[in-house]
Every structure is written in C-alpha cells, then in structure tokens.
Design a protein around this ligand. Structure first.
Ligand code: C2O
Ligand code: CU
Length: 489
C-alpha cells in the first residue's frame, strides 16, 4: 500500500488513542466544525410497542409505473401496494412479516432488513442465517428494530434480478425527531433497465458491467416516476428521506433552488448534527435524510444528480399554501443514534483491501440456472473472492474475520481498484471516523462509499453475535466476488 498522507488535525489528536495514534493518519473528516448545526438530541427511548403485521407474497405482478410510459412490466413485488411499499413503525414496535414465495421458476428468496441491527436469525441471508424460502413456502420474520431511521429491505439471492425487477420495500422507524418538521417525504431512487421497445427488461447482469461499474438502467426514477412533482408546504422545514435502492448507480446528490437552506440530518438512518448539504455521493443502498426550507408558494426545489455531464433532475418539490415559518433556517436535529460508542483506545485494527479479482476475468458464463451462483469472478476482498453461494450451510466459505463479542474493531478499508464500492456490513452500524477523500463529517452508517483510491476507517463495537455479511452493494460486484462475512462470537 502507498504511504498515507500524514496531515493530522487537532480533532484527530483529541480522538486518537493507543491504537489509532500508532497508525499512519488519514485526514480526518469534517475539517473544522464551523458548519455544524445544533447538537443531536438525547437518544430516543422505545415506546410501549405495538405489533405491526405485514403479509408479503413475493410474486411477479404486471405493473404500470408512471416511468414506464404506458407499458405494464413484470415487476417482482412483495404486495399489491403501490410502488414503492413503505412500512412505518415506531421505536419499540415489533414487526411480524409473513413472507411467502410465489416467484416464477425455481427462484427462492430470503428478506434482508438492510441496516437493522436485529438478531442474526432474522437477517435474511440464505444458508448463512436461514434456509431459503422455497417456492410455495413461507417464513415469518419477527423483530423489534433497536434503532430509529430510514431503512429498506430486499432479497439476498439473485439480487441483481430481484432488485432490478423492483423487489424491495422501505422501512421507516419513527421516534427520532426532537421537534416536528412540517412534512416528511420519502424519495426512492431507482433506475429501470427497460429494453428498447420499453415493454420489457434487458438483462440485469452483463459480464462487461459486472467487471466495471455495474450494469446501468435506462430510465431514472423517483418513486416510480420520471422527475415527479412532490407537493410540500411553502416556507416550511420539510424532511426528505432519500434512498438509493438501485443495484448499481451512484448518485451525486444535490439540491437546487434552496441551496443555502438544506441540511443533512441523518445518514443511513443515523442522526448526525445538521450540516449544510451541498453535494454528496449516494451509492447503492445508501440513504440520507435532509431538511429543506422550502420557498414561498409556487417555488420549486430540485433534487439533482450532479454526477453526470448533464445534471439530471430526479424529482422536484413544489411549495404550496401559506408560508409556515418566518425564522431563519436552523433545522432541528434528530436524536443521537442508540449504538455503543466505539472504544478507539482499545480497538483491534483489521485491514480490508478491495480489488479486482486475482483470478482475472470471468471463469465461466453467468449460470442462470444455478441460483445464487454467479459463475464469474471479477472482485475480491483481501485477495479472496466469494466462491458463489453454496447449496447448504456446510458448503459456505469460512468467515473473513472472527470478532470478539463486545470488542471495538476498526476496519481499515482501501480501494485499490478502478471502480467505486459502497461497502455494507450487516447487523451493525459503524462510525466512519476517517477518510482520505470524503468531505462528510464523522457519522454513523451501515454502508460506506469507497471511490477509487479512497481509504476509510470505520469503527464499531462487535456487539451483535452471529455471522454478518460484509460486501459491496453494487450487486454485480457482490455476486462476482466482493462478498464475505465476519463472525461475532
Ligand atoms: Cu442491503 Cu447484504 O445487503
Ligand atoms: Cu463494488
């Protein structure tokens, strides 16, 4: 590895204890705190708790989303609900999701609750945490989310196809507001890979895409529409929950029309002291909550992907009604995350190098008949490529690391490849404590973006026992090698 820059900020010195002080320093996040808004509120306390019941039958349903231009397409969905389905619950509530498999062919499935720190046997990874739900079978997930925030759920096998066909849902756990905002809108970003005629899908997996940045869709959408208008109150503080549920796309997210008056309040569902939102990468599976002060009646705020040569408007807010607020913009913070603080003085460092596969190019064709078995290897973590999902628990590879329960770990991630990798860890949220390139402040997350040559240190207490996937969320990368798991024992 090339030597790291040695600039050490004062805040780094304040934080750095034995282990971190002994390491080469990465530039600290949030150079200076001048921008930071009000501090987070005290962590939320769970309420009495209700039982929220959800019946899912994963199946192909012909669906005419507004972005399909009059066509009905064979989506895979969990329910008959309009796209995207959203479950809202309160901190303390228990979700019981009864999932039946009526997907076409021999497709099996599990449901993974992305970002939720729940028990390992509810985490929904086939063979690793449960047997897959076979055709005609049913599985009941039951858990009480320990955290508030903006989450989503999706399958964890043949995910490139199932996500491509829309099989995902949004899960919102409420209870994190210190003061109410004037509105709360969910914006789900996803591209659809329509074929030239627009009446069907192109292949979701392509070897050329898998070996590079992934296979992109052709139609950008927000909530299933092309640049929808979302009506919001005028002169108001509106909470936006923006989720990237695409299998591939990294969005360069920005807001136009209220540039000075937008603040990030949460990343991956985890509250962060409000900071001005200018431009941030939102990789596959990443979420950001923002507060936008809307303009007067009739005013427009655009949600834009600035990462393209031509900025692309993904959705826009249209302000309606009388002005709600006259005070200067000073967005209320959320409550603090409910996770244990990492003990950096006594942390164990684990390096992870993200690279293209040492095996080189594809070894076989994409095996469409063998579910969960990509048959091609392009990517690796620490020179190891996931061999393709096994047919049984016994045939899984060993964990890439075994973590001692209760101990703090610092993962030192280095991307030495030419592509970006949004890396996701199951069952835990980590603190992104240092990065080489990112301009974000120190924050909690479950997915961290590593652009080419990016390096990042993430820290967390390994307090959730079990086997937890650690993989890239560009699904074609995940399914062609950039996948592993850690064992917390
Ligand atoms: Cu949303 Cu294993 O991931
Ligand atoms: Cu990747």
């Amino acid at each position: 590895m090339p030597p790291l820059p040695t600039s050490i900020s004062r805040r780094h010195l304040l934080r750095a204890g034995g282990v971190l002080a002994g390491m080469a320093a990465l530039p600290l996040l949030a150079r200076g705190n001048a921008d930071a808004g009000r501090a987070l509120g005290p962590a939320a306390e769970p309420g009495a708790g209700r039982l929220i019941e959800a019946d899912f039958t994963a199946a192909e349903r012909m669906t005419a989303l507004p972005c399909f231009d009059g066509h009905k397409l064979p989506l895979w969905t969990f329910t008959e609900d309009p796209y995207p389905p959203v479950i809202r619950m309160a901190l303390g509530d228990t979700l019981e999701a009864r999932v039946a498999n009526a997907l076409p062919g021999e497709e099996h499935l599990t449901v993974h609750w992305h970002g939720l720190r729940i028990a390992n046997d509810q985490d929904g990874v086939p063979f690793l945490t449960q047997p897959p739900i076979e055709k005609g079978e049913r599985f009941i997930y039951r858990f009480t989310p320990p955290d508030t925030g903006t989450f989503f759920f999706h399958t964890h096998c043949n995910t490139v196809t199932s996500l491509g066909r829309g099989l995902a849902g949004i899960l919102i756990v409420e209870g994190d507001e210190t003061e109410p905002y004037d509105a709360d809108e969910t914006i789900v970003l996803k591209d659809w890979r329509l074929n030239a005629a627009g009446g069907g899908f192109d292949d979701f997996y392509t070897p050329a895409g898998a070996a590079r940045a992934g296979t992109f869709g052709s139609v950008r959408s927000a909530n299933g529409a092309v640049n929808p208008a979302i009506e919001v109150p005028a002169g108001a503080d509106v909470r936006l929950r923006i989720l990237n549920v695409d299998a591939t796309r990294t969005v360069g997210l920005g807001v136009r029309g209220a540039a000075a008056d937008a603040a990030v309040i949460a990343i991956d569902g985890c509250g962060v002291a409000p900071f001005p939102s200018r431009y941030m990468l939102l990789g596959a599976a990443q979420r950001v909550d923002m507060v936008v002060r809307t303009p007067g009646e009739g005013g427009i705020v655009e949600i834009i992907d600035f990462r393209l040569s031509e900025p692309k408007v993904l959705a826009h807010l249209r302000a309606v009604g009388p002005k709600r607020r006259g005070t200067p913009f000073d967005p209320a913070p959320l409550t603090a995350p409910r996770m244990a603080a990492p003990d950096l003085d006594n942390a164990t460092m684990l390096p992870f190098e993200l690279a293209s596969s040492p095996l080189g190019a594809a070894v076989t064709e994409w095996g469409s008949g063998s579910l969960c078995t990509p048959g091609a290897t392009f990517w690796s973590i620490n020179k190891t490529s996931w061999p393709g999902l096994a047919e049984s628990r016994e045939s899984l590879p060993p964990p890439i690391a075994t973590l001692e329960r209760g101990r703090t770990y610092v993962f030192e991630l280095a991307n030495i490849s030419k592509q970006s990798h949004p890396m996701h860890l199951h069952g835990h949220s980590f603190e992104v404590i240092e990065t080489l390139k990112s301009e974000l402040p120190v924050h909690r997350a479950d997915t961290v973006m590593l652009v080419p040559r990016e390096r990042a240190r993430i820290a967390f207490v390994a307090d959730n026992p079990g086997d937890w996937m650690f993989h890239c969320h560009i699904i074609e990368h995940q399914e062609t090698g950039m996948m592993s798991y850690v064992r917390v024992a």
